[in-house]
Design a protein around this ligand. Structure first.
Ligand code: PLP
Length: 382
């Protein structure tokens, strides 16, 4: 029987609905206890000493670069195979994102290419755990520390990602997460910055709220404060945080469902000819299993759109992560120039892959269904 399998679906239950209505029936919509509770819950989950909520992952990454004082003349290394937000957050400050190619087996940043891209102007690296698979941070950090580079981990797809038992975001200097609806957990829009550095956490808190020197709770006389720095309004509201408080509690079950679904789908797809899978968890490296991207071989890659359309007819929703290497997107291409073939491994993923869902809204029977649908589709086109 035909199914209707969406690529992503927020897992909102009665707990989240009740929590939001609770906020709405009281007077405190910002500067309240839910934000603090959510920050504590996320800090506990990741075992981070500090967690600073923000309005999105993009805002959080911009906040970090801005707070560090990056600007024109500075360079930050970025993987070409990422969401445009990773590069935009740097670009906003006037600093230059310098793109490097992907590793062929994982899609993560190619560490040798990264080292080759370092110049005297390079101040930092924004590293992305692509589709939730951790970057080999021991090698990566050895190179970045040797060149005295600040390391931001873009953890938008990496809630639950671990390397040697350490959660993503705590291996570099700072980690930034996204709670956009199709992510591992959601607050509708929202993000979180985690760090081991107390001083950086305090500076981020100041800059995320106008640069005012005391929070609402700290003001002895209402309305009295000073502005000691330039800052944004990148705060999270109580409504968003209330959803987050409930979602964090459910993370272990969401993540184990993803892992089970991924293993089931991956095993089934190994028997299908004409596709390849990127490397996944192996004990030391624990993926968050954001999705399972298959790379089509040269026979099928030119027909990707048709294959995705045929899967849709069979009731299987798909996506592409990401549709272009960022430097090939018009804004970056026009600003920095683009040559076909400069990032061949990132281009291979962008041009030849199809992302299949392993989200917690799906079960093992859905995985069987997706695998059969893909196998039958390719058979039909052979
Ligand atoms: C790697 C990566 N970084 C950043 C973002 C942006 O996150 P947000 O929408 O929370 O700003 C995304 C969004 O999908 C992403 O995939």
């Amino acid at each position: 029987m035909s199914r209707n399998i969406s690529f992503g679906a927020p897992m909102i239950g009665q707990e989240e609905r009740t929590a939001v209505l609770d906020v709405l029936s009281g007077p405190i919509l910002v500067h309240g206890p839910r934000v603090t509770e959510f920050e504590q819950g996320f800090a506990e989950f990741t075992e981070s000493p500090h967690a600073v909520s923000v309005s999105s992952c993009t805002a959080g990454m911009h906040l970090v670069w801005f707070t560090l004082g990056f600007g024109p003349g500075d360079e930050v290394i970025v993987p070409a195979q990422t969401h445009t937000a990773t590069a935009h957050a740097i670009e906003f400050t006037g600093a230059k994102p310098v793109f490097v190619d992907a590793d062929v087996t994982t899609g993560n940043i190619d560490i040798a290419a990264m080292e080759a891209a370092i110049t005297p102007r390079t101040r930092a690296v924004a590293v992305v755990h692509f589709l939730g698979m951790p970057v080999d941070m021991s090698t990566f950090l050895e190179v970045s520390r040797r060149h005295k580079l600040f390391v931001l981990e873009d953890c938008a797809l990496a809630v639950g990602t671990k390397l040697d038992g350490v959660h993503a975001g705590l291996m570099g200097d700072v980690g930034v997460f996204s709670f956009y609806p199709v992510k591992h957990m959601t607050t509708a829009e929202g993000g979180m910055v985690i760090t081991r550095d107390a001083d950086l956490a305090a500076r981020l808190k100041l800059r995320k709220a106008f640069g005012v020197d005391r929070t609402h709770g700290e003001r002895k006389i209402p309305g009295t404060y000073d502005v000691v720095a330039l800052g944004f309004n990148y705060r999270m509201s109580e409504i968003h945080a209330a959803i987050g408080v409930e979602q964090v509690k459910k993370l272990p079950s969401f993540l184990s469902k993803r892992a089970d679904n991924y293993q089931a789908l991956s095993t089934r797809l190994r028997k299908v000819e004409g596709i390849e899978q990127l490397a996944s968890s192996d004990g030391r490296f624990v993926s968050s299993y954001y999705c399972l991207s298959v790379i089509l071989d040269s026979q099928f890659a030119p027909r990707r759109a048709e294959i995705m359309e045929m899967l849709k007819t069979r009731g299987v929703g798909t996506s592409v992560y990401y549709p272009h290497p960022v430097p090939r997107m018009t804004y970056y291409r026009e600003k920095y120039g683009w040559k076909d073939g400069s990032f061949p491994r990132a281009e291979r993923i962008s041009d030849n892959s199809i992302a299949l869902s392993v989200g917690p809204h799906l079960d093992q029977e859905d995985m069987d269904y997706i695998a059969d649908a893909l196998s039958d589709t390719l058979e039909e086109l052979r």
